[in-house]
Design a binder for this molecule. Structure first.
Ligand code: FES
Length: 118
């Protein structure tokens, strides 16, 4: 069962893969009543990875501006608050104040051209 009722249910379409830059990321906010669910998708080629938009350091959203979840090079996820760096594939923090911890995964999958909640 989903802990947060605002989280899209399994099978819910989120976006087309082509709507995410390659490499790139796209943030989402869903609301149900007073509950919010914030997540983001990271694309690397045909693969898409999903994470909860909450940094394991201080619990803040990672991007403070639009869909800028990645470093300038597009190879790592960057928390804009204090500079933590995370691997796109598994969310592990490899630098910054929460090194060794990881982002919380948001289960998603690619079905054809569409990213759906897993
Ligand atoms: S809240 Fe992300 S590095 Fe501090």
């Amino acid at each position: 069962m989903r802990e947060n009722p605002a989280q899209p249910p399994p099978g819910a379409a989120l976006c087309r893969v082509s709507e995410i830059a390659d490499p790139g990321a796209k943030g989402f906010v869903f609301r149900q009543g007073e509950k919010l669910f914030m997540g983001f998708l990271v694309r690397q080629g045909a693969e898409v990875f999903g994470y909860i938009d909450r940094c394991p350091h201080a619990g803040l959203p990672l991007a403070t501006f639009g869909d800028r979840f990645l470093t300038r090079e597009g190879d790592l996820i960057l928390c804009s608050s204090h500079g933590a760096l995370f691997r796109p594939r598994d969310g592990l923090c490899i630098g910054g104040p929460c090194a060794g911890r990881a982002l919380w995964p948001w289960r998603v999958k690619v079905e054809g051209e569409v990213v759906v909640a897993g």
